[in-house]
Design a protein around this ligand. Structure first.
Ligand code: C5P
Length: 324
């Protein structure tokens, strides 16, 4: 076998409820993940030693060494394989990854996590390693908070750091989304830190001026209205129920996103929110035609770098069959 190519989707968070910071620096979440039709492709080929080449959208911002999350996933998978003592003779040898990016980097769409998930699926196939989906999900959870969801795809509730997943039962009707990509980036840890600061200020904590006197952020909970809306398949109800606790923090660091969100709503979006930690803005449209109208108007409004139309839910990371 010469190489295996895997296609993997970007994710949106239709709800992102963030709890207080934990001792390990992470935050407990309850989130509704939703995979959309914006895909990276990762090809794994046998090589003398592990390496990575990145092409496409934002490639120059992706680490090309061992810091690359997809390479870290390869290392994690190799470490999770049975040792020689078990009698296996398979060589989990060096791998070169070629990542073709269409998911923008540091945009709140979990592109790096997607590439890591794709690398797991590609190496599992390349090595004929026979790891089950469950075993890959366990490795994924160790690599990063959003990696497991990129394996699963669809719509799913994430808990813990976001890695404990329950697929959401929902009608197969697609939702039509418009993504507005920003001229800039946000760092996920910085956005979480900004949220902690805003909450401390709101509680009258260090440097705080707020009057809500809330000592700790509330424990996050699943939004029943969103889940009911998703089960109904009614885009209008879904649009009204979208929420993201990181949005205020992202807006504090990237104030021009307010204009982007307002423009989309004025142009008829059923709902709008910042994608994950941002700065991509997400708009729900009533139909494919309305999404096209919205995308055209948004690009003309001068409130973002570029736009994309996507649908969701779509499946998680999957091998692309070789061309005949
Ligand atoms: O797990 P991952 O590397 O994707 O997370 C990136 C950063 O986002 C973490 O280092 C942490 O600062 C923040 N994070 C968090 N709570 C989560 C997920 C991520 O604070 N549940």
């Amino acid at each position: 076998m010469t190489g295996v190519t895997v296609r993997v989707p970007a994710k949106l968070n239709l709800q992102l409820a963030v709890g207080p910071p934990r001792a390990d620096g992470y935050h407990d979440l309850v989130t509704v993940f939703h995979a959309v039709s914006l895909f990276d492709e990762v090809t794994a080929e046998p090589a003398g030693r592990d390496g990575v080449t990145v092409t496409g959208e934002g490639a120059d911002r992706v680490p090309a060494g061992q810091d690359n999350l997809a390479l870290r996933a390869v290392t994690a998978l190799r470490a999770a394989m049975p040792g020689p003592a078990t009698g296996y003779v398979i060589d989990y040898g060096g791998v070169h990854l070629t990542i073709a990016k269409r998911i923008p980097v540091a945009a709140g769409l979990a592109g790096g996590s997607a590439d890591a998930a794709a690398a797991l699926v590609a190496c599992n196939e390349l090595w004929a390693a026979g790891r089950s989906q469950q075993q890959l999900l366990e490795v994924a959870a160790r690599v990063g908070s959003d990696v497991a969801f990129a394996l699963l795809g669809g719509t799913a509730v994430g808990r813990g750091r976001g890695e404990r997943l329950t697929p959401a039962l929902a009608p197969a009707t697609p939702y039509h989304w418009v993504l507005a990509f920003a001229d800039g980036h946000l760092s996920t840890p910085e956005v979480y830190a900004a949220l902690d600061r805003l909450r401390a200020a709101d509680a009258g904590g260090p440097g705080g001026t707020g009057n809500r006197r809330q000592a700790r952020a509330p424990e996050p909970g699943l939004d029943a209205a969103l889940m009911t809306a998703l089960r109904s398949g009614d885009a209008r109800r879904v649009g009204r129920a979208l929420s993201n606790d990181l949005q205020s923090a992202a807006l504090s660091l990237f104030p021009s996103l307010r204009k982007t969100l307002a423009a989309g709503l004025e142009l008829g979006a059923l709902g709008a929110l910042v994608a994950g930690s941002g700065p991509t803005c997400v708009f729900l449209a009533a139909s494919a035609d309305r999404a096209l109208d919205l995308a055209v108007s948004m690009s003309g409004a001068g409130v973002c770098r570029s736009v994309a139309r996507v649908t969701g839910p779509v499946p998680g990371a999957a091998v692309v069959p070789p061309a005949k």
